[in-house]
Each structure stands twice: as structure tokens, then as C-alpha cells.
Design a protein around this ligand. Sequence first.
Ligand SMILES: Cc1cc2nc3c(=O)[nH]c(=O)nc-3n(C[C@H](O)[C@H](O)[C@H](O)COP(=O)(O)OP(=O)(O)OC[C@H]3O[C@@H](n4cnc5c(N)ncnc54)[C@H](O)[C@@H]3O)c2cc1C
Length: 375
Amino acid sequence: MPNYNVAIIGGGIAGLSLAYFLSPHRSVVVLEREDALGYHSTGRSAAEFVLRYNAPEVCRLAAISKPFFDQPPQGFTEVPLLKRRGGVMIASSEKLARFEQILAEEREATPAIERLTVEEALARVPILKPGYAAAAFYDPNFWDIEVENLLQGYVRGARRNGCDILERREILAARHDGSGWSIETSAGEVSARIVVNAAGAWADPVAALFGVSPLGIVPHRRTAITVDLPANVDATSLPEINEIDEDFYMKHEGCRLLASPADATPCEPSDVQPEEIDVAWAAHYVEEATTVPVRRIFKSWAGLRSFSPDKLPVVGFARESPHFFWLAGQGGYGILTAPALGALGASLLAETPEPEGFRCEGLDPARFDPRRFQK
Ligand SMILES: Cc1cc2nc3c(=O)[nH]c(=O)nc-3n(C[C@H](O)[C@H](O)[C@H](O)COP(=O)(O)OP(=O)(O)OC[C@H]3O[C@@H](n4cnc5c(N)ncnc54)[C@H](O)[C@@H]3O)c2cc1C
């Protein structure tokens, strides 16, 4: 039976970023149930990098991750991992008070934010419907992430370090014999000293297979659609469009417009599919806020954003077992925080110094310790 120091369950961005950072120090295997890596949440994201608009801890994780995106190690990727897009926040006339409050808060953190007149907003976002937005501001701090390149960079780097990344390996059962885990998969047994749970929406049920109590990580469905743009609109030059309370957001996806009703419906882990009602809401917002006619929906999909009880990621050893490690609960920010969380997980597992950036950002890694839920 193949034997490793660490077996990582889950071949999404969490498991693969950890494999990348940990494989120089430990023998590592990644076990993924599906035929393809990144098939679930990682392959269904909106690919947005933003330094603000999330919990303060998440914003700090984004800041810690940013240097990796800007300057990945030599040979990691041939294309830039981030492309600046900028975002325009818009509010309808009923939300003017809320708009002023958010603008004041955000300007304090980001002086580069520009208040826009309605005319300026229409000039920056030519597809905006005249009369919809009563107020707007522009925030330069939105970027597109090259998710597939990021994922493949982690895969190549980990493999170069000797990591085995195995698809079509569903974890079915496990037992601990006092010194290590024997893990039964759909394609044979694997043994490892430590198991990492990076199973995304399945994090709680996977923990149960190892006799570890669940943390209360709940998947929430989110839907997106893409629609054709009129021939005279260049999708790639559009900024991201965000409703001030995140009732919806829109951005380009290739040459089309991606729209999401920002739904967050708690559900069971599964290969989730979009519900008609959420697709209809996405189309409704496109027609309400823009001049783009929704003649057909080119593509619709849904994915799961999995949240811990306090909505912060979980990185660390389980209270019940020094051989079971959590890397889960990345919610709606697992791609943009992957460099920081992958490096943090590796430092805890390999007992190496805390990754760069945490001290600088004043972020104590203990904030993400799973034992905070198991008093
Ligand atoms: C619509 C949408 C928009 C989003 N937009 C953004 C965004 O703009 N920016 C951002 O940073 N984040 C965004 N996110 C969130 C981001 O996609 C997730 O936080 C991230 O992908 C989570 O990665 P993961 O590796 O934990 O999960 P996953 O990618 O789901 O990977 C977990 C893997 O574990 C495997 N697995 C589960 N159980 C088993 C088992 N028993 N045996 C073996 N393997 C198993 C699964 O098959 C899966 O491949 C968005 C998500 C959605 C749905």
C-alpha cells in the first residue's frame, strides 16, 4: 500500500495550493473523487480578486496573497495571474443613504475611490440603463483571476516536488491504527500519517469518515449566467458592476456578460445545478440595470460556497486528533485567498516559520484554528 506523510482529500484550489506549498517538505498525495481537478467550486467561480468588501480577516488574507498573484515564482505560469478590471458600485434612488455610508467607509480604506456622477457612470459602463443608477463610485481595486492558470501552476509545481495527484479516488472509509491512517478509496488503499480535509462542500461528511466531529460547514448555492452582448460592446473593457448591497453583480466572461443574483441558498453538498428561479433573477437584473436584451442565456451554472459558523476559513488540526487537519470553509473567497491559506496550512503541517505577510498584516493564524468551534 503506498505510504505518504500527508494525504490531502480534495483536488480543488484549497487542496492543490496546499500540495504546492507542502510538497517541498513532506511526501504528499492528493486524492480527488472526480475525473478532473477543480471540477466543483473551483471551476465555477466568478474569478474575482478584491482587497475589500469581505470580512477584515479575509481582506488581510487577500493582501497577503496579492504578492504571489503579482509575482509568482519563476516558471509557475506564462500569463499574469491578475488583470486589473476596476469595479463600479451602483445604487438606485432608494439606497442613497446606504450608498453614502459605504462610500465614506470605503474611501477611508481606499482613497483612490472616485465618486462618479451619473453621466460618468454611464460613460464608464456604457451598458448601464439610464435612470437605474442614482449614485455610483469607481474602485480600482478589482482584478480578474486567471483561475485555471493558478490551479495548473500549483499542480505542476507540486508534481515537480514529487507529489502524487490522483483523480478518481473517492474516499470511502478510513481507520487509524495508532501510527497512521489506512484510507480506503474507490481505487485501492493509501496510507498516510496525517490526513488533510480539503473537501470543500463535503468537508463535514469527510470528517465523519475519519471519526472527527463536524464543524458545521454549510454549502450555499450561488448561480451565474452568461448572456450575449450587443456587437458594439467590448466585454473585456467593462469594469465589474456591483449593486451596493450585493443584490447582484456582473462582469465579463470572455466576450459575454456574466451576471449573478448573488444567491446564497444553504443546501446539501452535491454536483449542484442552477435552479430556474435563480437563473430568472440573474436575467431580471441584467434587464433591469442594463440595456442588454436577454434574448438567450448562453450558459448557466451553480456552485457551492461553503461557510463555517463564523464565515471564516478553518485551517489547523482537529481537537480530537493530531493526525487530522482541516483546510475548509473558504466561502466566496477561496481562490483569492489560496496563496495565503495554502502557505499557512503548509507551515503548520511542516512546522516551518509562519508565512510572510501574516505578521505584517497583523493577522494571527490562530484566528482560523478549527478548535474555536470545539470549546
Ligand atoms: C458562483 C461562484 C462564484 C465565486 N466567485 C469567487 C470569486 O470571485 N473569487 C474567489 O476567490 N472565490 C469565489 N468563489 C468561491 C471559490 O470558488 C471557493 O471558495 C473555492 O473554489 C473552494 O475551493 P475548494 O478547493 O475548497 O473546493 P472545491 O473546488 O469544491 O474542491 C473540493 C474537492 O473535494 C473533492 N471531494 C469531496 N469529497 C471527496 C471524497 N470523499 N473523496 C475525494 N474527493 C472528495 C471534490 O470532488 C472537490 O473537487 C465562488 C464560488 C461560486 C460557486
